[in-house]
Design a protein around this ligand. Structure first.
Ligand code: DAH
Length: 332
């Protein structure tokens, strides 16, 4: 009778404790649960006094059950504690199954890439790279290039004059002069860089753009050398089927002078496109830099970088290049 009563009490206590702990949601309530059931004045301890009324021979069985319930409540407590802490502080702060965040690699601007590619082609043909200042004087931008005082290219509305003798260079042909002033012939250089003209911005004009200037000076140089070089460039840059065509033209610093057209594939169709000017260096330019025009000949050319980049990559509007919209630039 006693025995049954005590075992019933233990069963009831265990099942109550286990069902209550199910709804425990915080460490605080878990602690209250521990005090209520396992504490020194808790319900399990409260059953102890009943043990003295249990007949001696039945004591081991009751004691065993008492111990079982204690262990069962303690392990329920441990398990709950564990699950609460892991909810609050997940074991790993990183979910390795979550899809990764792609890292955004930067890239060279399409104009920078075009410059690098064009420079590579000319370097393979034996040209070295020259640089000149973007803030120039009128002497290097005009006079030394045989451009007379009354030439329309000098018009104030077509140039960024700075009030003194200085200006933003309007062409990279200035670098021809700078190189020849500093170097004895023979010369074989290209100069790539920015030039500035106060043009109204539209699909094909911008107040800053890039040119690739070429200069070759040797004892004997002809239009054939010039055309061959540009032909080689066209083929390596625009493909084996590319062609070059010269149209007679005039530049004060070359004689004869020509406009350069290249035949390239645009949207699957081969088309002739003007990409720059060229010619044989005018003897007057050699005289100006102290080269003997009887001893030296040369060719020069100037190509528009934006034009080349836009044609090759199907870019319809020059302004897109300089708006710094990463969504646009990322495509190239
Ligand atoms: N400097 C000229 C321009 O900006 C382009 C040019 C034409 C460069 C003929 C040259 C050349 O070297 O020989 O329009």
């Amino acid at each position: 009778m006693r025995l049954n009563h005590m075992l019933d009490t233990l069963d009831k206590l265990e099942s109550e404790a286990l069902s209550e702990i199910e709804s425990v949601q915080s460490e605080d309530t878990l602690e209250s649960w521990r005090i209520a059931f396992l504490g020194s004045k808790g319900r399990l301890k409260g059953v102890m006094p009943m043990l003295k009324d249990v007949p001696k021979e039945e004591k081991p069985a009751v004691g065993k059950r008492l111990n079982e319930v204690k262990v069962s409540l303690e392990s329920a407590f441990d398990a709950r504690k564990q699950s609460l802490t892991s909810q609050e502080h997940p074991q790993s702060p990183m979910d390795v199954t979550e899809p990764g965040v792609p890292s955004r690699l930067g890239r060279r601007h399409i104009i920078t890439r075009t410059i690098d590619e064009i420079s590579e082609v000319f370097k393979r043909m034996g040209f070295s790279i020259a640089f000149g200042p973007e803030v120039e004087d009128e002497y290097h931008n005009f006079n030394a290039l045989n451009i007379p005082e009354d030439h329309p290219a000098r018009e104030p509305i077509d140039n960024f004059y700075m009030g003194d003798d200085r200006m933003l260079r309007s062409q990279t042909s200035t670098v021809q002069i700078r190189v020849m002033e500093q170097t004895k012939p023979p010369i074989k250089v290209i100069a790539v860089g920015r030039v500035y003209r106060p043009d109204t911005h539209d699909a094909t004009h911008y107040s800053m753009f890039h040119q690739c200037e070429g200069l070759f000076v040797a004892p004997k140089v002809s239009m054939v050398d010039l055309k061959t070089t540009l032909f080689q460039f066209a083929k390596s840059y625009f493909g084996e089927e590319a062609e070059v065509r010269f149209r007679p033209s005039f530049f004060p610093f070359t004689e004869p002078s020509a406009e350069v057209d290249m035949k390239m594939k645009i949207k699957g169709k081969w088309q002739w496109v003007e990409i720059g000017g060229c010619g044989l260096v005018d003897p007057q330019v050699f005289t100006e830099v102290g080269y003997d025009p009887e001893k030296w000949q040369g060719y020069a050319f100037g190509l528009g970088i934006e034009r080349i980049a836009m044609l090759k990559n199907g870019i319809p509007d020059i302004r897109l290049l300089f708006e710094n919209d990463a969504r646009f630039l990322r495509q190239f």
